[in-house]
Design a binder for this molecule. Structure first.
Ligand SMILES: [Zn+2]
Length: 304
């Protein structure tokens, strides 16, 4: 993959989003900071790739736990500007764990203070390139993605990965969020990127194919909200499993019944006993090869 000079891409495992450093000779801007419990690893990686450069700014694509978890530590270490999408500011000041999926999905992010905000239509310079902020609603309605016209490169966050995109919640009329995710894909297609640098997984150049795959997934979810709800349960539980590294098999049903996101999906779309939801969800994760039952414990089979 030919990544333009001035862009350093740091690929992470699934609990952490990727880090992207936009570097010039003297300083650098970091896009997204990973998950809170791995903030020390993130800091070490960023320092290693920074070398003698100064980190002048951290910009978040959106404010989910796997993208903002290192913000507090990065701010302490580098005393740099922390920039969040304008739409996220209301969730952060005052700090609102409900709105950030933290309580909703049993995720963790250390509290941080942002310095300023960025909104669609605005731009910033980093790594010798100008990056334009575009709205990227769907997975997170306040999310931004960053476009450089010269290199035709897009920093997409969770709006588009090579194989998929971040979960998009079902709704009763099954429109809204999925519609917004579709229009974000349309906006990406209209830019005609030569390179997409995603929040998870590797950078890619076969952008049209990736957009088609993502559209196909969204269309399947739009046709079947319960399927989407089951997907949300699986993805969110996998996240919890990666964070904890094990869950007790005999407490899985009660865990699903306790955490709001699982209750929400079940009460609105699935309507099943929690023991059945536990069995089906775990079955799905095992079948996908991402988790295993090890005696009385459930363990992840992929790298956190
Ligand atoms: Zn993410």
């Amino acid at each position: 993959m030919n990544i333009p000079s001035g862009i350093t891409f740091i690929e992470r495992g699934w609990l952490n989003c990727n880090q992207i450093l936009l570097t010039s000779a003297k300083d650098a801007v970091l896009i997204d900071s990973g998950y809170g419990r791995h903030a020390g690893d993130t800091l070490a990686l960023v320092k290693q790739h920074l070398g003698p450069r100064r980190l002048s700014r951290l910009i978040n694509t959106h404010c989910h736990s796997d993208h903002i978890g290192g913000n507090a530590m990065i701010a302490r270490e580098f005393r740099c500007r922390i920039t969040v999408p304008e739409g996220e500011a209301r969730h952060l000041k005052p700090w609102n764990p409900e709105a950030l999926w933290l309580k909703y999905a049993d995720q963790y992010a250390p509290r941080f203070e942002f310095t300023d905000t960025l909104m669609r239509g605005q731009s910033f310079s980093a790594g010798g390139l100008t990056w334009h902020a575009h709205a990227a609603p769907g997975h997170d309605d306040d999310a931004l993605m960053f476009w450089n016209e010269k290199e035709k490169a897009l920093i997409s966050g969770d709006a588009l990965w090579q194989d998929g995109l971040g979960v998009v919640f079902p709704s009763e009329d099954n429109a809204s969020a999925l519609d917004r995710a579709f229009s974000t894909l349309d906006a990406i297609a209209a830019l005609k990127p030569r390179l997409v640098i995603p929040g998870h997984g590797a950078p890619f150049a076969d952008v049209a194919e990736a957009i088609e795959r993502a559209r196909g997934r969204l269309a399947a979810f739009a046709a079947d909200p319960a399927r989407n709800a089951r997907h949300v349960v699986k993805v969110m539980l996998m996240f919890n499993l990666l964070e904890r590294q094990s869950l007790r098999l005999d407490s899985l049903a009660s865990y699903l019944a306790k955490i709001p996101v699982f209750r929400d999906m079940n009460e609105r779309f699935l309507h099943c006993e929690y023991s059945q939801l536990a069995e089906e969800t775990l079955g799905g994760l095992v079948k996908a090869g991402v988790a295993k039952v090890d005696g009385t414990l459930i363990r992840p089979l992929i790298r956190a």
